[in-house]
Design a protein around this ligand. Sequence first.
Ligand code: ZN
Length: 380
Amino acid sequence: MNASGPPPDPQAGFDVLGTWWHFDRYEIRNGVVRPCPGATLQAYDPWARYAEARSGWANSGGKAPYELLLDLVWSIRLRPTATKDQPPQLEPERELALLAWCAEHGLLGLLPHEAEVAYLAPRWGPMPEFELAGIPLVETRLLYQWGPNGWQVGMDAWWQTKTPALEKAPKREGEPVPLNLRAEIWEAPSVLRRAIDDASWATLPIELAWGPFFPDIEAKHRRDHFYPPPLSDAFWEDYGEPLSSFLEAATLFSETLQNLDAEPGDDDSEHEQQQVNYRRGRANRTFFSLLSGCHPALARNARGGRTRAFHSKSLLASLAMMAYLDLTSGKRVLLCDEDGRPFVSGAYQARYCSDRCRNRALKRAYRERHRDDDMQRTSA
Ligand SMILES: [Zn+2]
């Protein structure tokens, strides 16, 4: 190893608020990665794993969670161009590897990562001011917004006086308001969302943005469904990630870390140089988008003083922040000369992801050298 002196502590001075959750067992059903029936929800602290990984010399503390995601993507070896209309099919062994990863780390958190504000379908509900005026149920609308304390729940209420249709309509608390009576000032149920890949903002119908993550809701109910607040217990019970989205995001994560510093070679054609520059630009945009799910936050220490912390929207954001801490502490993401596996190293000339690959390469080099010797001897 080329390391000299104690390893830098990339987490020095930072606490972490980004706890995550995982179930103990997952399955893939109808193309969605989701907890097995009866599985148990548990808290998971990816940052404790990271601290453990970085506390040992060299690799004695094990791999950081994001390195394990790079390993997973490599072992599944997906073609980066897998399209959305062709559902990915994993071989049984690779499917098991993916489910084991989820049982250890949880799902990536694609929905909470991308969502900023969600407006649910209006429902009949009581509001104290209106109840005093003799109107027991009015149109109410829940909204979930990501804020300083995590996901915050807000509520809007609406009523128009002297509107016979509204007054006469049969109302039951909690039922969706019929379409023809919905307040015109409210847009259709929607989500303000920032796409992971290119960090672009868009407002999408909730049935498109959130529906696919709740596999038990029938397509026709996706618009008016009473979605639970992100990251709540009720949310985790119903939440799953479509296999295609999971694989796409995990592959994107891996490609992003590999391409952040991509440089065209001197011998590359103009076209090849353009491709490399494009990949680097895209990687930097995606990295920004992944990191934007992690915010600096205030925490308190045992003595009541303030300490630095991160607040994280998703597992993916925490993993990206870990990579950021590593990349700014002298580590790089390299590709193994032997099997092409991405690996993280602080050693300047590292070429292999593991001792196994190094030994295999040495053995082959030895054999080749001796074959050359033999050939020279024969020709002499
Ligand atoms: Zn290797």
